[in-house]
Design a binder for this molecule. Structure first.
Ligand code: PLP
Length: 371
């Protein structure tokens, strides 16, 4: 699905030197690269504060801790997402309130958010799924009207840019109260292990987020609030700093691959290609087809036999997962999510897909569904 080795070969020199330097200086924790990467990210995103942390799930948890959400508070998020989003809501004793998504964009349904708001609602967590921004202008309007926090889950959309109706632009994750991202190796900006970051434009929140990520500590050995231990390793910061310089180029390579797929699959009645919206760029974390009248399991197996991986993100809706079962929901409540879980198929998508591989993938797939 990804080719991290090929990508590494092209930046090997810088990465190897940087990692060796960390080892030579033994600055494994909070070494200079962490601060440097943080500053580079702040500049790239045009956001006041980036707080690096250990992974994307921690980023979401720390964000919710910093907003002083209390057990019983309701947090609205999408039923069609990676589990981490809902997991931290539950972990903090908050109530995850799931809503359906739009069939074309896979992103959270804004009318459904509005219907789900109650006096207990405190926050909305839009997920910019697969690399394209959710409808942030309408989500922010709704949040303002009901005085709700917005925590953007940017794990799959780092670098995507949103355009408001007045023409102003902002990077995904810098629009809501807080943005949370992941540097898991296969993400668009991935390190060589685990990593994550939290973004905010609020000085007060930044201070609190930083404190929570460091054991609730304001000054060493002085603990003002309950915190966690969540740091980005220096070695990972070295990798991220080197890769951040190429991020826009990486997004362009992903877009070229997506264009190739789009063209090859256009007008095939059995394949619906991803819909691109006008108000967001797409960074194609995933290229996800919707199959119509095609046996997905069989196709996956046949593709695998030809050496082509294809994945199902995500096979089971959150409301049908044992851990998230609730009296609030029953099967049939989120028809779009349920339909998507049954028909989506993601193809290989990364920065190293050349014309030969794309040609092989598309022609093989088209042959298989013709048969
Ligand atoms: C990857 C991912 C996360 C979690 O990130 P980790 O770094 O693996 O903890 C959260 N939300 C979404 C949508 C993701 O894709």
């Amino acid at each position: 699905m990804v080719d991290l080795k090929g990508q590494y070969e092209k930046i090997k020199q810088e990465i190897d030197t940087g990692i060796q330097e960390v080892i030579n200086t033994t600055a494994f924790i909070n070494g200079p690269a962490v601060k440097e990467f943080q500053a580079d990210m702040e500049r790239y995103l045009n956001v006041k504060h980036v707080i690096p942390c250990a992974n994307g799930t921690d980023a979401l948890q720390i964000a919710m801790m910093a907003l002083d959400l209390k057990p019983g508070d309701e947090v609205i998020t999408a039923s069609f997402t990676y589990v981490a989003t809902a997991e931290v809501i539950g972990l903090l004793g908050l109530t995850p309130v799931l809503v359906d998504v739009y069939p074309d964009t896979f992103d959270i349904d804004v009318e459904a958010i509005e219907r789900a708001i109650t006096p207990k609602t405190k926050a909305i967590v839009p997920v910019h799924l697969f690399g394209q921004c959710a409808d942030m202008e309408r989500i922010m309007k709704l949040a303002d009207k009901h005085k709700l926090y917005v925590i953007e889950d940017v794990a799959q959309a780092i670098g995507a840019e949103y355009t408001f109706s007045d023409g102003s632009k902002a990077k995904a994750g810098t629009i809501g109260t807080i943005g949370c991202t992941s540097f898991f190796p296969s993400k668009n900006l991935g390190c060589y292990g685990d990593g994550g970051a939290i973004y905010t434009n609020s000085d007060d929140l930044a201070k609190k987020l930083r404190m929570i990520a460091h054991h609730g500590q304001s000054v060493q050995y002085v603990h003002d609030v309950l915190g966690v231990n969540s740091r980005l390793d220096t070695i990972q910061a070295v990798v991220l700093k080197a890769k951040l310089k190429h991020l826009d180029k990486y997004a362009a390579a992903r877009n070229s691959a997506a264009d190739y797929y789009d063209k090859a699959f256009a007008n095939h009645p059995g394949l619906k290609t991803p819909v691109r919206v006008k108000n967001s760029t797409h960074v194609f974390h995933q290229y996800t087809l919707q199959l119509n009248g095609i046996d997905r399991a069989k196709l996956r197996e046949q593709l695998a036999e030809k050496g082509i991986p294809a994945m199902i993100y995500y096979p089971i809706p959150l409301h049908e997962q044992k851990a998230y079962k609730s009296d609030r929901y029953k099967t049939g409540d989120f028809p779009v999510t349920e339909k998507l879980c049954a028909c989506v198929l993601s193809l290989p998508m990364h920065t190293e897909l050349d014309e030969d591989s794309l040609q092989y993938i598309t022609s093989t797939l088209l042959d298989l569904i013709k048969a």
